[in-house]
Design a protein around this ligand. Structure first.
Ligand code: G1P
Length: 301
């Protein structure tokens, strides 16, 4: 058995990024040279995913267009002598089959994943949130590692976890490990967006999951939770309550999560990717350095 299907929920409205996201999906926002969701797909391709199901919603057709093979654009680049730009479209040839379904009502992340059930059926699958890049330039192999542990352990769910500062726990699903330490460990519980006081740890669920189909029965039984939404975290918690094994895999130092869900983390992600750009990074460092130097020296700061 292997796992080569990923579900990528992209149906959220992105209200924390208005007005940017009024008429374009947040997953299509640029980070450096690529839209966020292209990094996600390239990461999944490198981790052995061959079939990818987007769960979309209103206003998300730009995502479908982005992964189509654009024969007209290719012909145009050839005719106008811009062959050197063809390499920028190489991602269109990624060895992945794309499928699309819709979340017809905005009932939360858990509900979005439940919408994939008729297509996923009775097979294990990855869930990768379309608004999070793992590792600079998405160079993370964490999904491949998670699949290996999934297959070896017989667990019904594996979640990627990242340490966050104690005051940030309120933004994430937070894990309570059963045993301390290590890269991979069993979880005793998970809580979606706890208060700082009730948070069981500072290990935050980091946008990548592997599930057996057992998650679907739990999702179907999950009632609206935090924010009035059907939460994926609550369904994982139900798996644990039903005696199933759930493991956490810690992201390593090079596998930071870049969250494109709010302006602060989006700005930071863009700045970091621009500074690391192979062609423009050095010039950007110089220019931004000068800008920061000027700001430091100015009387107002
Ligand atoms: C979602 C999940 C949360 C997770 C976060 C980052 O929250 O519900 O458990 O920690 O993604 O992966 P959202 O960012 O949609 O509020």
């Amino acid at each position: 058995m292997t796992v080569n299907l990923a579900v990528v929920p992209v149906a959220g409205r992105g209200t924390r990024l208005l007005p940017l996201t009024k008429s374009q999906p947040k997953e299509m926002l640029p980070v450096g040279r690529k839209p966020v969701v292209q990094y996600v797909v390239e990461e999944l391709g490198r981790c052995g995913i061959g079939r990818l199901l987007f769960v979309t919603g209103p206003g998300k057709t730009a995502i479908e267009n982005h992964f189509d093979i654009d024969a007209e654009l290719i012909a145009n680049l050839r005719e106008t002598g811009k062959e050197e730009l063809l390499g920028e479209l190489a991602f269109e040839r990624e060895d992945i089959e794309y499928f699309y379904t819709r979340q017809r009502r905005q009932l939360g992340l858990g509900h979005a994943v439940l919408c994939s059930r008729p297509v996923v059926g009775n097979q294990p699958f990855v869930v990768a949130l379309g608004d999070s890049i793992i590792g600079r330039n998405a160079e993370s192999r964490v999904v491949a590692t998670m699949i290996e542990h999934f297959l070896a352990s017989g667990a019904d769910a594996i979640v990627a976890l990242e340490e966050v500062s104690p005051r940030e726990v309120v933004h994430y699903g937070i894990a309570q490990p059963k045993t301390a330490g290590g890269e991979v460990f069993e979880l005793a519980d998970l809580i979606e967006k706890p208060s700082v006081e009730e948070s069981p740890s500072n290990l935050a669920v980091a946008a990548r999951y592997v599930f057996s189909p057992a998650i679907f029965d739990c999702l179907a039984a999950t009632q609206p939770g935090t924010g009035g939404e059907i939460q994926l975290t609550d369904a994982i918690r139900m798996l644990i309550e039903r005696g199933r094994r759930v493991l956490g895999v810690r992201l390593n130092r090079d596998e930071r999560r870049f969250d494109i869900g709010n302006f602060e983390s989006y700005f930071l992600a863009f700045a970091e990717f621009a500074l690391a750009d192979p062609q423009l990074g050095a010039a950007m460092r110089e220019k931004l350095g000068a800008l920061l130097g000027r700001e430091k020296g100015s009387p107002c700061c």
